[in-house]
Design a protein around this ligand. Structure first.
Ligand code: KG4
Ligand code: ZN
Length: 344
């Protein structure tokens, strides 16, 4: 049994957790920064980095105290080393290096996307490789065949915005505040998903990728027309996102008969309408559908600790000289896609 301390600071959650190789989560703490960024309607990188500096050390002390252990009891320190907002990533990685050095333990530099990709295995011991993963968050929208630890095939990514980004931008333009996803979902419950005609970018195209920027602009135009209510706009937008995710996932499922399960992860996986639609799609393909509990879907330290545990078991540790990476694709062989806003 090994015990891993995991640190996460790549976006606007400061988080740490202690997870062991038997999938026990001994302690986890997450501090969001919603109040810090709310006045700006989105995450401000410099504010995020400074908040991580203030909050990470007490959070690490807190999880050690919660679990009743000291640094001497852990086997390795895992820290997100990218991709993400570089200032924040550096805070977590440097903290991880310092703790590893001080305690004389190995460091594991974790790709944040690998944290999301492997987190379903923390929640579900029966989930075996390979599985098809739809990773939908504020920064990413990808379909990945997860073949093993450190072994990923990227089937699709977004050519512009990520799905969560589209939710956040739509919420902003509808005046629903930040973070946008939960606000849009709440308001959409009172709206008609078929009231506003909106495009489904790339649906029906043989190109496997995602695109959401045009959808967001269409919501802006529909909103400006003054014809539609905010609930109808929110519900129709959410339905368009559902239809895009389903269409792209269908292509990927058809291309990966070897996948043993269809898995969703990332903050957008918290959306009930999206979860329901993906559940039906998995059933249609005869695959088990796996979605981690909601707290494990949004950014957290446990997914980084667990990815660290999986890498440690595979003998993968890193030098203290390892660099933070703003961009870090999980699949280095993946073809470049058109579009300027590609995140990884
Ligand atoms: O995985 P995550 O916590 O951070 C990133 O790595 O990006 O995902 C955050 C994203 C935000 O864009 C947020 O608006 C979205 O997930 N989100 C949702 C919901 N809850 C969070 N989107 C749609 N519906 C939700 N209920
Ligand atoms: Zn994330």
């Amino acid at each position: 049994m090994t015990l891993i301390l995991g640190l996460e600071s790549s976006c606007d959650e400061t988080a740490a957790a202690l997870v062991d190789s038997d999938r026990r989560i001994l302690a986890h703490r997450v501090a969001g920064q919603e109040a810090d960024h709310a006045p700006y309607g989105g995450v401000v990188p410099e504010i995020a980095a400074r908040a991580h500096v203030d909050r990470l050390a007490p959070i690490v002390a807190g999880v050690l105290a919660d679990a009743g252990v000291t640094l001497a009891d852990i086997d390795a320190v895992a820290a997100t080393a990218g991709p993400g907002l570089i200032g924040g990533v550096m805070v977590g990685l440097v903290t991880g290096k310092a703790l590893a050095h001080a305690a004389n333990k190995p460091l594991i530099a974790v790709n944040h996307l690998e944290g999301h990709a492997l987190s379903p295995r923390l929640a579900d011991p029966a989930l075996e490789f390979p599985y098809l993963l739809l990773l939908v968050s504020g920064g990413h929208c990808q379909l990945l065949l997860v073949k093993g630890v450190g072994d990923y095939r990227r089937l699709a990514t977004t050519i512009d915005d990520a799905a969560g980004e589209a939710f956040d931008k739509t919420a902003k333009l509808l005046g629903l505040g930040y973070p946008g996803g939960p606000a849009v979902e709440r308001v959409a419950r009172n709206g008609n998903p078929h009231a506003v005609p909106l495009p489904r970018p790339l649906v029906g195209s043989a190109e496997p990728h995602f695109s959401f920027a045009g959808l967001k602009s269409a919501v802006a135009r529909a909103s400006a027309s003054g014809i539609h209510s905010v609930p109808d706009l929110a519900a129709s937008f959410q339905q368009a996102v559902v239809d895009c995710l389903l269409d792209r996932s269908r292509i990927a499922l058809a291309a990966c008969p070897e996948a043993r399960a269809f898995v969703v992860a990332g903050g957008v996986a918290a959306n009930g309408a999206i979860r329901d639609a993906l559940t039906d799609l998995a059933a249609h393909f005869g695959k088990p559908f796996v979605a981690p509990p909601l707290w494990l879907c949004t950014d957290n330290g446990a997914m980084i600790a667990w990815a660290g545990a999986e890498r440690f078991a595979a003998g993968l540790t890193d030098d203290l000289g390892v660099a933070a990476r703003p961009r870090w694709p999980l699949d280095p062989e993946a073809e470049a896609v058109r579009g300027a806003g590609v995140k990884a």
